[in-house]
Design a protein around this ligand. Structure first.
Ligand code: 5CA
Ligand code: ZN
Length: 408
């Protein structure tokens, strides 16, 4: 699939620094230690509705990671999928009387446009589930050769018992797993399964639904195996970071890890599992199913500067859950205006220490609010006319762009 538009990332002086990142599986802040080629997989959208501020917060969070590694000199291989065939998309297409492919195409295109406007760097590989069916089938066949697939009335399942490490990503008690599985696309009550938690790998063709003729028979892929197969195909296992919102910890990332480990024989699927908090509105998680959405498209159509939208997101630490309110944008707009004024100043306090401090802050679990307040302090000094460095305004503007993705 086509990714979205490239962004120019300015070069900034001084050395980048290593990144310490919270890992959901070990529940600790750990150094990421990527090779020169750093590998990042972030779960993409299911394209049946427009990008909301929760999605935007998640993709901006992983954009900070991408930018930080690039600043440290890594060649970041970033992969993101598009779940362009799945139950909620097909259900929405039926409800709205649209062709499911057209719905997926138009929502994916809107997402690309929103991401470009927010200056989110595009993934190197932007990969749809449909175009990955051969890789997914290959992944399921590899599991089948290991006797890690069973059949329930023509549908194929993976026995989670095959992974002795099952549960190690989420660390959840089993009762919670069963509840989350039921709420997040799973089918714990289906008769004939060996374990209620076993995930669907392949669903036999059903009347009125899309399906493909493959060596597994006529049908379509299940959800989790999609991300496992795409990550394995484009990054290889293990890779450095698997990311997504915290609603993907279980079952999605737990299942991806088990499928990947059992299928490949590798002991590790991803070295870090990284999760952003949930953005809510009116006391509930913002979600397409609930309909309590603030859409990026609407904020843009109302004339809000995308850089203010981005700053509003960056004002919250990526791991915290928070509620979108009326005050977010005016505050961010004010901040953007003062930053822009300082970026145009004749002179300012020197940039070197400020850029170092921004890197230190972001290097400690991507602390964007900390980085914003470092820039705020420099801006406050600058607008008061303190500092005599003529290069600093340009240097800080470049750093704000390169590290935070905010163009002044
Ligand atoms: N296609 C799958 C992943 S393979 C999926 O979860 N799609 S999604 O469209 O439902 O969500 C896309 C991304 O946005 C996921 O990483 C999800 O965790 C994140 N997300 C969804 N709702 C919110 C929210 N309210 N706040 C923060 N992130 C969210
Ligand atoms: Zn995924």
């Amino acid at each position: 699939m086509q990714s979205w538009r490239e962004q120019v990332v300015p070069e900034i002086p001084g050395p980048g620094v290593p990144l310490r990142l919270y890992d959901t599986a070990t529940q600790e802040l750990r150094a990421t230690a990527p090779a020169q080629r750093a590998t990042l997989y972030v779960c993409g959208i299911t394209p049946y509705d427009a990008t909301h501020m929760g999605h935007a917060a998640t993709y901006v969070a992983f954009d900070l990671l991408n930018r930080f590694w690039r600043d440290a000199g890594h060649n970041v291989c970033y992969v993101q999928n598009v779940t362009d065939v799945d139950d909620p998309l097909l259900e929405r297409a039926v409800e709205s009387g649209q062709d499911w492919r057209e719905l997926a195409d138009s929502e994916t295109e809107l997402f690309r446009s929103d991401m470009g406007a927010l200056r989110v760097l595009p993934p190197r590989y932007y990969i749809g589930a449909v175009e990955s069916i051969p890789a997914i089938v290959e992944g399921i066949e590899a599991l089948r050769e290991l006797d890690a697939v069973y059949d329930v009335d023509g549908d194929l399942y993976f026995p989670v018992a095959r992974d002795p490490g099952f549960g190690s990503v989420s660390g959840l008690p089993r009762a919670q797993m069963v509840q989350d599985f039921a709420e997040r696309g799973g089918d714990p009550d289906r008769a004939g399964k060996r374990d209620p938690l076993d995930p669907l790998l392949w669903q036999a063709a059903r009347e009125g639904e899309p399906s493909w003729h493959t060596d597994l028979g006529h049908g379509r892929p299940g959800w989790h195996v999609e991300c496992t197969a795409i990550a394995e195909e484009y990054l290889g296992l293990p890779f450095d970071v698997q990311g997504g919102g915290s609603d993907l910890i279980f079952p999605h990332h737990e299942m991806c890890a088990s499928l990947g480990k059992v299928g490949s024989g590798e002991a590790i699927f991803a070295r870090h599992y990284v999760h952003s908090g949930m953005v809510g509105l009116d006391g509930h998680k913002m979600s397409k199913s609930r309909g309590n959405l603030v859409l990026v498209r609407d904020l843009r159509a109302d004339g809000n500067d995308p850089m203010a939208i981005r700053l509003a997101l960056l004002a919250h630490h990526y791991r915290s859950d928070w509620q979108w309110t009326q005050d977010e944008l005016p505050r961010a707009q004010q901040r953007l205006a003062s930053w822009r004024a300082a970026g145009k100043a004749e002179t300012a306090p020197p940039a070197g220490r400020v850029i170092d401090a921004m890197r230190q802050s972001l290097g400690s679990d991507l602390d964007a609010p900390g980085a914003l307040s470092i820039v705020d302090d420099w801006v406050a000094e600058t607008v008061l006319g303190r500092g005599s460095d003529r290069d600093a305004p340009h240097a800080i503007s470049c750093a704000v762009d390169a590290l935070l993705g905010v163009e002044l």
